[in-house]
Ligand binder design. Structure first.
Ligand code: CDP
Ligand code: MG
Length: 734
């Protein structure tokens, strides 16, 4: 294992040994860069050296060779600041030279695969070319372009709106979950693949579109893959619709095969060679190693040349951002300025532009990113990449029926994409925080498509609503196992979305109205019956944001923890979150109140937005709104019932030893996450329900609620009786 602490690593390099046990907490435990250890040999010289024992030592490895194109080489050397006009930028992109060839190929073929290096201009330019060539029929039809990630959709739409000199939301817009910035005037629309999938529900032929580009197809997200299957059919029925499938350099032939040998247009990349460096020894703590490496680069490598660091998620990024800013502040003017910025899936749109701002002269930008920066977003000016080699994924195990978020080693293909990001402006360097041996022996060659590793219930519910009943024979690019499909059908049946004949019920149709996991939709629909829909909507909106709700400033940790404890509810996190919301609501959504309680105001605002949209949707499907009864308190049991009605599969019982929890069906140990308000509660509740599982050193349950056995019997009888399940799935299979 590459994170093993096998004694080879230097002592003192790691901030805390607990890391091994509680990896989830790793980022928080790390103190900032230890600036005391940076020796300033003489203040007046303004020059300093790292303490040698802090160094991360690298082995040099292979070189990713680039195909240098002399023409683009020169133009790409020009920094964004020097470029005079947006038109020049557009013309300088590698796709520009292929404009006519692209449009010709689109004209001749219903489906075209476009392959090109990241940053060549596919996402921003191709939809514009299609519009310019008339596929939008003078504004009657839209050009749609899907993105697997919300941030990519919003940031690209912002950029293209600029390029077309129009206001975002007018000619150029975007649609992501809980946020629609498009209008009747919208001609080019960027949207997440999941949202396009939902558009099938209202418009099964996608008749509003003249052309569709399925972008980042190589990512093989679940929604993209289902889209491809559905579109394969539509293109046959609608010769006027043009379909473009855009992908980074991997997987192209597979798409071509799937679409009856559709032609592939190759846009040669522009990439300089990138030197790869591996660590000599495994790094026990990649966050600390990354921080050290950032300073090593900053102090030894010439300017300009920005740094891109690949991390696994928002929490990790935010913690590292804090540590870096602190270190930079401490070092003051003894180093050249470092500008820290970040990008991850839920980064609010107003903060995204920071990463694209040109770096001021004599300073360096450090971008902390998730794998979103691997291919879907291109940041100009990057010369150094730091790659810890991890990615966070949802992994579903059809045997246990459990899905958890897991930080896993990324694939070799991903690692090479990451490295490639260093070679856009000139020869670059990539620092891999793992050994060369590990790269060749421990990383998978390619990432596993999502459809083969996640829970399919949302997608299956959607397909059933589209009238696709024969799921086993559905034309998937990589069919999921029958086991996974059957497990999903069983769960939908237990939720009441399907009847015993495997047909969609009225309830199932209503569930589909929500852009949520059906388990959530079920809670909302049930809550209507128990008069607590307001509370349930709040809890659901808050659960989505719970990861970034509380913060702990370094100097006021105790105070922050004390405040946090005041929200703890004996029934668990669902109720604690509800309490936070209700208290905030009572202050009329005050910002000051948030500050006093060490709660992120922005997070609550996001939850508020989500909540409003869910309330609107609930109204549409006839969920009773209880808005008028503000003062009356709802009995907690009603709230518990509503939640159990959707989340009964996630119930665990205290083990006989009392040291862990076990699923009711499987003997599989889970533990309450230390961030929970029920951690540690003595005596531990006998039975709890979890919202999600996070697998790190152990299987942790994040956000848990106390439940009573009676409720499990009341709501889980379909699920926990094996006989019922068998008959349901047999009928569905036909
Ligand atoms: O899709 P592909 O990776 O081929 O390239 P793209 O996303 O269309 O990016 C083309 C150029 O637009 C790059 O040089 C980006 O830096 C720039 N761009 C930008 O400045 N701001 C954005 N929000 C998106 C792209
Ligand atoms: Mg792109």
């Amino acid at each position: 294992q590459k994170e093993s602490t096998n004694g080879k690593s230097k002592p003192g390099q790691y901030a805390g040994e607990q890391w091994e046990q509680e990896q989830f907490n790793r980022a928080k435990q790390i103190s900032s860069v230890n600036t005391d250890k940076i020796n300033l040999p003489g203040q007046e010289k303004n020059e300093f050296v790292f303490d040698e024992s802090q160094y991360v030592t690298f082995d040099s490895g292979d070189q990713l060779t680039g195909d240098k194109d002399p023409e683009t080489t020169t133009s790409s050397k020009v920094s964004a600041a020097e470029r005079t006009s947006i038109d020049d930028v557009r013309k300088s992109l590698p796709v520009f030279k292929f404009r006519e060839q692209f449009l010709e190929a689109v004209k001749e073929n219903p489906v075209l695969i476009v392959v090109g290096e990241t940053g060549s201009g596919k996402t921003t330019q191709l939809p514009q070319y299609l519009h310019e060539a008339g596929y939008s029929e003078g504004g009657k039809k839209m050009i749609g372009c899907t993105q697997p990630r919300r941030v990519a959709a919003t940031s690209v739409a912002t950029r293209v709106a600029q390029e077309m000199d129009s206001k975002l939301g007018q000619e150029v817009g975007y649609t992501i979950r809980f946020e629609d910035k498009s209008s009747d005037k919208t001609i080019i629309k960027y949207l997440t693949d999941g949202m396009l999938l939902r558009e099938f529900l209202n418009d099964p032929e996608l008749s509003h579109y003249g052309a569709l580009m399925i972008d980042e197809a190589h990512e093989r997200t679940l929604s993209t893959e289902v889209l491809l299957s559905l579109l394969k059919d539509i293109v046959r029925a609608r010769p006027d619709l043009k379909l473009i499938i855009a992908s980074a350099t991997i997987n192209a032939t597979k798409f071509s095969e799937f679409f009856d040998k559709a032609p592939i247009l190759n846009i040669p990349g522009r990439r300089f060679p990138v030197n790869i460096h591996y660590t000599k020894n495994p790094e026990a703590n990649y966050i600390q190693a990354a921080i050290t490496t950032i300073f090593q680069i900053h102090l030894t490598q010439p300017l300009p040349g920005d740094i891109l660091v690949f991390l696994t998620g928002q929490e990790e990024i935010e913690t590292m951002e804090g540590s870096l800013n602190e270190a930079v502040a401490k070092l003051g003017s003894s180093i050249q300025p470092l500008h820290i910025c970040s990008i991850y899936a839920n980064l609010p749109q107003e903060l995204q532009s920071k990463i694209f701002e040109p770096t001021p002269p004599n300073s360096r930008k450090v971008v902390l990113a998730t794998n979103i920066a691997e291919t879907s977003i291109t940041i100009d000016g990057i010369a150094y990449v730091i790659d810890p080699g991890y990615v966070k994924q949802n992994v579903y195990n059809p045997l246990t029926g459990m899905e958890s978020l897991v930080v896993v080693p990324c694939s070799r293909a991903s690692a090479d994409q990451r490295a490639g990001r260093a070679g856009r402006i000139g020869p670059g360097k990539c620092f891999r925080l793992y050994t060369k041996w590990s790269f060749y022996n421990e990383l998978e060659l390619n990432p596993v498509p999502e459809i083969l590793r996640v829970n399919l219930i949302s997608v299956i519910l959607l397909l059933l609503s589209l009238g696709i009943n024969d799921l086993i024979n559905f034309d998937f690019m990589d069919p999921p196992s029958n086991d996974t499909i059957i497990k999903a059908l069983e769960l939908l049946y237990a939720l009441g979305a399907l009847n015993s004949k495997g047909q969609l019920t009225k309830l199932g149709r209503k569930m589909n109205e929500f852009p949520l996991d059906p388990m959530f939709s079920k809670c909302i629909l049930t809550s209507s019956k128990y008069g607590c829909s307001e509370e349930i909507l709040t809890i659901i909106a808050m659960l989505g944001e719970s990861g970034t709700l509380f913060y702990r400033p370094k100097d006021k940790r105790e105070q922050a923890d004390k405040k946090r404890e005041t929200f703890n509810h004996e029934l668990g996190d669902h109720f604690s979150l509800l309490k936070v919301w209700q208290d905030w609501e009572a202050t009329d959504y005050s910002n000051l109140w948030c500050e006093d309680n060490f709660i992120q105001y922005k997070t609550l605002k996001r939850a508020k937005n989500v909540r409003e949209q869910l309330a609107r949707l609930s109204k549409r499907v006839g969920v009773e709104s209880e808005i008028d009864k503000t003062s009356k308190e709802v009995p907690p049991l009603m709230i518990q019932k509503s939640i159990v009605s959707g989340f009964f599969p996630n119930i665990v019982r205290l083990s006989r030893m009392g040291d862990s929890y076990r699923k009711l069906k499987q003997n599989y140990a889970c533990f309450i996450h230390p961030s929970s308000s029920l951690y540690p509660v003595k005596p531990p509740p006998r039975m709890i329900l979890y919202h999600e599982l996070v697998l790190t050193s152990k299987e942790f349950m994040r956000n848990v609620m106390v439940v009573d056995e009676k409720l499990v019997k009341e709501f889980g009888s379909h699920y926990y009786s094996i006989k019922d399940l068998e008959s349901a799935t047999n009928k569905v299979k036909k």
